[in-house]
Design a binder for this molecule. Structure first.
Ligand code: PLP
Length: 449
């Protein structure tokens, strides 16, 4: 039986290697895992019961040392494909020419910013660059607090927004080992399966209660921050627009809405560049990161300009590496590739195909409660039975590890690790999808019956 690596009994099951299983690994893997533990210490985690060593990537494929290919159904960092030649060339060219910071005038950052801001509503008029999504959220929250004069933050109950001291304090998915700040409140995740038709009513009521509670405790409301595809909550895209009344409640109370686009951004959800567009919203601040430089560390926050007037006057912002020449070259190349290769359309077309094929496959299984998502971000909700809809993290991990043995790499999400997470690079083709689906059909047949 698949073992989920759990840090503590109260923590969710996650797709991870359990260090207690080290003796079961093949010799080379065992040695590498041991060396990691010895050199990197105990804070890191590896995917899968049997971790995968990869030595090379190309497009949607990863390769191990023996030349076996693995289908990558998970990476939204190398979002335009592993080692995309156009991106590699752009980085190489820039690295051979100049790599310096934002304290000098450079035309490339201006050209990029112009195009980046043009992908979003005109209300978002300034962009500031960081190295990671955590830093972008940290900056966004500093600005939100400065502008509103309030400290309170509201997130969904399974949210992840990053790793700094400040941001991890509003990332409940990190579990009980990382306590939420006293100024943080959570609202329910947009889980239609378990909240039924009352989802929006429930979320708005909980939002009003959370705001009231923050006000009573003297924190006030600075911002509601949401990952607009709710990846760590379990992947929730529908009904499109459900976030609008929730955000309205925040604005009514004088708080800001921060759209965390680290996961859905750069076209992953198909049709739009950004996840908030699915909800017909214009955020006050938008943050992004992971897919922005196809693996080169670059992230950003975009703002309504009025939010930065006082902040910019009184606070000096310098980020040594954020927005440096090479990271901007990478980001520009990613933008070019998304446009030139029509990757947003591909995300929609192939994503719809995957969702509809898995929906057909799922009809034969009592343990699949829902197939959902948008574009190339698809979730498969696995339960013990459809009457209770009890999340079944164990079964999900069995599927994940069995797929890994068949060299198809995906993972699990949601507070119980019970939602199969299908989130491949954007150039994922129909042929790639078919390879995944053929394997999934076999694995579901063996693991869910
Ligand atoms: C929704 C979301 N926000 C923020 C982050 C943090 O980004 P980074 O790891 O680049 O700091 C992540 C990372 O997984 C994320 O999924």
């Amino acid at each position: 039986m698949t073992k989920g690596f759990t840090l503590k009994a109260s923590e969710p099951m996650v797709n991870g290697f359990d260090p207690a299983d080290i003796e079961r690994l093949p010799p080379r893997t065992r040695r590498q895992v041991g060396d990691r533990e010895r050199l990197l210490g105990p804070g890191y985690r590896l995917f899968y019961e049997e971790p995968v060593e990869i030595v090379r990537g190309a497009g949607t494929l990863l390769y191990d040392a023996d030349g076996n290919d693995y289908l990558d159904v998970y990476n939204n960092v190398t979002s335009v494909g592993h080692c995309h030649p156009y991106v590699v060339e752009a980085i190489h060219r820039q690295l051979s020419t100049l790599n310096t910071n934002t304290r000098y005038l450079q035309q490339s950052i201006l050209g990029y910013s112009e195009q980046f801001l043009a992908t979003m509503p005109a209300e978002l008029g300034h962009v500031m660059f960081t190295c990671t999504g955590s830093e972008a959220n940290d900056l966004a929250m500093r600005v939100a607090r400065y502008y509103t004069g309030n400290q309170g933050i509201i997130v969904t109950s399974g949210a992840y927004h990053g790793l700094t001291a400040d941001v991890s304090a509003f990332s409940p998915s990190l579990g009980v080992g990382v306590p939420l700040g006293p100024h943080v409140r959570t609202i329910t995740a947009p889980d239609r399966l378990r909240h039924g038709g009352d989802l929006v009513t429930t979320m708005v009521r909980e939002m009003r209660e959370a705001i009231g509670d923050l006000q009573r405790h003297g924190f006030g409301i600075a911002a509601f921050i949401a990952d607009t595809i709710f990846s760590s909550d379990g992947i929730y895209a529908d009904p499109a627009g459900f976030l609008q009344p929730v955000v309205e409640a925040v604005h009514d109370a004088g708080g800001l809405f921060i759209a965390d686009e680290v996961q859905p951004g750069f076209g992953r959800t198909g049709r739009h560049w950004w996840g908030f567009q699915r909800h017909g919203l214009v955020p006050d601040i938008m943050t992004t990161g992971k897919p922005m430089g196809n693996g080169i560390p670059i992230a950003a926050a975009a703002f309504r300009p009025e939010l930065l007037v006082e902040f910019g006057r009184n606070i000096r912002y310098f980020n040594t590496f954020g927005g440096n020449s090479v990271s901007i070259a990478a980001a520009q190349a990613v933008l070019d590739v998304i446009n030139d290769e029509g990757l947003i359309g591909n995300a929609e077309r192939v994503g719809n195909y995957i969702q509809s094929e898995i929906t057909t496959l799922a009809s034969g299984y009592e343990q699949i409660a829902e197939v959902r998502g948008a574009g190339l971000f698809v979730g498969v909700d696995i339960v013990t039975d459809r009457d209770s809809n009890t999340p079944d993290g164990e079964a999900t991990l069995r599927v994940v590890n069995h797929m890994r043995r068949r060299r198809v790499l995906l993972s699990a999400s949601g507070p119980r690790g019970s939602v199969l997470k299908i989130r491949p690079p954007l150039p994922f083709s129909i042929e790639d999808a078919d390879r995944m689906l053929e394997n999934l059909a076999v694995v579901l047949g063996e693991e869910l019956h």
